[in-house]
Design a protein around this ligand. Structure first.
Ligand SMILES: Cc1ncc(COP(=O)(O)O)c(C=O)c1O
Length: 279
């Protein structure tokens, strides 16, 4: 695999990163993940805007936004990827020595980009998935796409080890989001999802769902899905760049409805793929 690191395209085994990189020592950095449809980067501007936001929130000066698009396509070319692919962009604050929490604004950030072929997720999208509910023990700046993901890693690992696709997280009685997805419910033909705040990531797919609902007269409400009322909702789905719109048909060991993707979830999927075809 050829990847990009600080100005060079190199075989992955030739990339060397200092152990004094603040990303390695402090998880002091942010990232973005996006994908292509028909080999074109999907919602690139939205992802770049969010990357800029994350960087601003952690006071990390990075100015090479204009180069990212070319870097990604060149990576795909160098890896002879001729299918749709996902891409990961990581920017850490850079290397500083000795190890101190304090950082100088003069440090040069480290930029890492790689691409990989997308997995076929047809089965999950068509048949739906099972999720578990886990306490949200993350910090209170989940609006920043920080590389410090240990709580997400542990929750997702536990969910997958127990045979589920995703861990859906709650704080007190409020469902926030999944470990790497946003979470939606349907009740009485309205769609419900957690409001934007410091407790969730402002998902690009989430924002597409809002636009699609507005354009198609589907009521969408930003309010918390309640943990103690979880089985009073009619349908659920997860959204994310690679998760797309994935129906949730089981929570823990309990089936949602008849265990098949719900009607409104199907409609949102259809509207989403129509939107994808036009972009
Ligand atoms: C915690 C979290 N929430 C939500 C999402 C979905 O965001 P997007 O639709 O922009 O991929 C992600 C994606 O990585 C995520 O990590």
């Amino acid at each position: 695999m050829i990847a990009f690191y600080n100005g060079e395209f190199l075989p992955i085994e030739k990339i060397s990163i200092s152990p004094f990189d603040r990303g390695f020592l402090f998880a002091d950095g942010v990232y973005e993940a996006l994908r292509t449809y028909n080999k074109k980067l999907f919602m690139l501007q939205k992802h770049l805007e969010r990357l800029k936001y994350s960087l601003e929130q952690i006071n990390l000066n990075f100015s090479e936004f204009n180069q990212l698009e070319n870097i990604i396509y060149r990576c795909a070319e160098l890896n002879s990827l001729d299918t749709d692919f996902s891409t990961y962009i990581q920017i850490t604050r850079g290397v500083s020595f000795p190890r101190t929490h304090y950082y100088s604004n003069q440090i040069k950030p480290n930029l890492f980009v790689f691409v990989s072929p997308l997995k076929n997720r047809g089965r999950e999208i068509n048949e739906g998935v099972s999720v578990t509910l886990e306490q949200d023990v993350r910090w209170s700046r989940c609006d920043i796409k920080s590389i410090a993901l240990l709580p997400n890693v542990l929750a997702n690992h536990k969910a997958i080890s127990e045979g589920h696709y995703e861990a859906v997280l709650f704080r007190d009685n409020f469902i926030t989001e999944g470990s790497h997805t946003n979470f939606f419910a349907v009740k009485n033909d309205s769609i419900i999802t957690a409001p934007l705040s410091n407790y969730i990531l402002n998902g690009v797919t989430r924002s597409i769902i809002f636009n699609l609902c507005e354009e198609n007269n589907i009521q969408i409400i930003e309010e918390y899905i309640l943990l103690d009322e979880i089985f009073t909702y009619d349908e659920f789905f997860l959204t994310g760049t690679t998760t797309e719109i994935t129906p949730v048909v089981k929570i823990g060991n309990r089936m949602v409805g008849d265990g098949k993707p719900g009607k409104l979830t199907r409609k949102i999927q259809k509207l989403f793929y129509e939107f994808v075809r036009k972009h």
